[in-house]
Design a protein around this ligand. Structure first.
Ligand code: GLY
Ligand code: MN
Ligand code: MN
Length: 436
């Protein structure tokens, strides 16, 4: 992502904040995994969105109209020892020269410098309740400023959520963002194809996970967007199964939900296919139903249509099909009204996708489902999960978990499926697996 992109986002934010006000946002912190070992660092998405700065221990401040510069970055000072042990970091000079800050200060001095910046401001925009250190410090600084009222200094009178405006901005993807999302999608798509080709009975789920990671990294993407779900057989009925330790069995299905991250942008793909490369009749019937629901839902992605229409469409197709296959009994309209389908399809059709896999942005505006607009990206991921102990249905259906998930961009006149290159028809999947 070019620096100009971050700069134009800051400009947009500054215009929103307005003069007399101030915005503050902190970076993510490193987290200890166990003694001397940290989890891999992942920058806070909001912070990265505005700064492009990929280090912990940083704080960005935006003060529209400030004469000495509107964008201030507090960060770690350059330290040779740190560079020796941990590698490059920008330092104060890098913050201004490489990251476009107008001014930079050591993060260790934030408590001395920032209170002065808050003086005589009206509103403080910041992500409330997300960083308890910042919450705490901010209240302390405000109290300190209030104590100086007799010298004519006023403290900001209003704390405002920064997230609302920022998340509205993030919901609409720019050309540069779509390019990164397409890259994440294409890399992830190829990884899913590889997993299909490598899959066979007797492998452990984590060995298939290794194929995904191998493919992501060989294609240049180091990070996963979320822990991969590689769920054989009835493990697919556990929606967030990430153990990935079971052996894959002949005759079972395998559900893989995995995506790579490209410069902080996620892909999120699910495919379900037979471990041995050939669907049984029952698997075929249930799979085709989920696919029909997914295709029907995708057709409802178009500017001007409410976000929830895709969900309602999928629910209708699934409920009808479940009745036809004998898994549900009764009138379709009543089964939908009473939400009886929820015992087999218990999640929603999808979510916004972007820097976070479950990305930011409101789903309702003024209590109404949001209307789709060009530049939004979302997932469409219907599924059916038949609990292994579900005595109500014929034995042949029990323990099957099927989900099909694609990433969809809302375009000016409809949609574009960013993950279209992973096969999903029964014929395509069987042919690619048998050719392997
Ligand atoms: N991978 C998480 C989800 O599909 O929502
Ligand atoms: Mn998803
Ligand atoms: Mn997913």
């Amino acid at each position: 992502m070019k620096q100009t992109e971050f700069k134009s986002r800051r400009k947009q934010l500054m215009a929103y904040i307005g003069e007399d006000n101030i915005a503050i946002i902190s970076s993510a912190s490193t987290r200890t995994r166990n003694r001397d070992v940290d989890y891999p660092f992942r920058q806070d998405s909001d912070f990265y969105y505005l700064t492009g700065f990929n280090e912990p221990d940083a704080l960005a401040v935006f003060i529209p109209g400030r004469e000495q510069g509107e964008y201030i970055l507090f960060c770690r000072e350059y330290d040779e020892q740190k560079a020796l042990w941990e590698g490059a970091h920008a330092g104060l000079e890098g913050a201004t020269k490489s990251y476009g800050a107008d001014d930079s200060f050591p993060i260790d001095d934030v408590a001395d410098i920032l209170p002065g910046m808050l003086e005589n401001k009206g509103k403080v925009f910041y992500p409330m309740g997300r960083d308890s250190n910042l919450d705490h410090s901010l209240l302390e600084w405000l109290t300190h400023i209030r104590a100086q009222s007799r010298s004519g200094i006023t403290a900001p009178g209003e704390l405002v959520s920064l997230e609302h405006v920022l998340h509205e901005m993030r919901l609409f993807k720019s050309v540069a963002e779509i390019k990164l999302m397409k890259q994440a999608a294409e890399v992830s798509a190829l990884a899913h194809v590889r997993a299909m080709q490598q899959c066979q009975p007797g492998l452990f789920e984590y060995q298939v996970e290794a194929e995904l990671i191998h493919s992501f990294m060989q294609q240049g993407l180091r990070a996963v967007a979320y822990p991969s779900i590689v769920a054989g057989g009835e493990n697919a009925c556990v929606l967030h199964y990430i153990e990935n330790t079971a052996k894959l069995k002949q005759g079972d299905l395998l559900l893989i939900d995995a995506g790579a991250e490209c410069d902080h942008y996620a892909a999120d793909i699910t495919r379900t296919f037979p471990v041995n490369g050939r669907f049984s009749e029952a698997q075929q019937q249930l799979y085709q139903l989920v696919l029909d629901a997914q295709l029907a839902a995708i057709k409802q992605i178009k500017p001007g249509l409410p976000w929830n229409l895709a969900h309602e469409t999928a629910v209708e197709v699934l409920t009808k099909g479940l009745v036809q296959l004998g898994l549900l009994k009764g009138k379709v309209s009543k089964l939908i009204k009473d939400e009886v389908y929820k015992q087999f399809f218990m999640h929603r059709i999808g979510h916004w996708l972007g820097m976070d896999v479950h990305d930011v942005g409101d789903y309702k505006v003024d209590s109404e489902w949001r209307i789709l607009e060009p530049g939004m990206v979302l997932t469409i991921e219907p599924g059916l999960y038949i609990p292994p102990d579900c005595k109500k249905v014929d034995k042949k259906w029990r323990g099957m978990g099927i989900r099909i998930e694609d990433d969809v961009l809302v375009t000016r006149d409809g949609y574009e499926v960013l993950t279209a290159s992973v096969p999903k028809t029964i014929a395509e999947i069987e042919s690619i697996m048998q050719a392997a």
